[in-house]
Design a protein around this ligand. Structure first.
Ligand code: ZN
Length: 147
């Protein structure tokens, strides 16, 4: 996830746990690399796999490791469910164990597609994005079950 420098600064000053930032560069064959005024958000903590009570998430072309290749067919309502014990060790910024989206790579990164995990954040992080006027995300509450 990429944010502009202003929002990155606000996030960095907010005492959030589990978040770090990396620089973002445009790469050109002849002109080298140019740093862009953005930061990539990285999460230190990966959640355990979703509870099987989750709905709307299906393995489509799972890779050998079983993590990458999940799909969200729109016919089924999307519901992310975790066990209460899964939340014991969370930080303000976390990512899912599951990786979503298609994979396509034939040796050329310029037209490659890579699966990615979803970010799971606490209401504190949601509030910072909300107060900054960011509207480009679909926010979805998770559900917690007691097993
Ligand atoms: Zn894999």
């Amino acid at each position: 996830m990429l944010v502009d420098e202003k929002l990155a600064g606000t996030l960095a000053e907010s005492g959030l746990t589990g978040i770090s930032f990396r620089g973002v560069f445009a790469a050109f064959e002849k002109r080298g690399h140019i740093q862009l005024p953005w930061r990539q958000i990285c999460a230190a903590h990966t959640m355990p796999p979703l509870s099987p009570r989750s709905t709307g998430i299906e393995p489509s072309e799972l890779c050998a490791c079983g993590r990458s290749g999940f799909d969200t067919p729109s016919e089924v309502p999307l519901r992310l469910v975790y066990r209460a014990s899964d939340l014991a060790d969370i930080r303000d910024v976390n990512v899912t164990w599951e990786w979503f989206g298609d994979a396509r790579f034939d040796g050329d990164v310029s037209d490659a597609l890579f699966p990615y995990p979803w970010f799971l954040v606490t209401p504190k992080v949601w509030r910072i994005f909300h107060d900054a006027g960011v509207t480009g995300f679909d926010w979805m509450p998770i559900r917690v079950v007691d097993e």
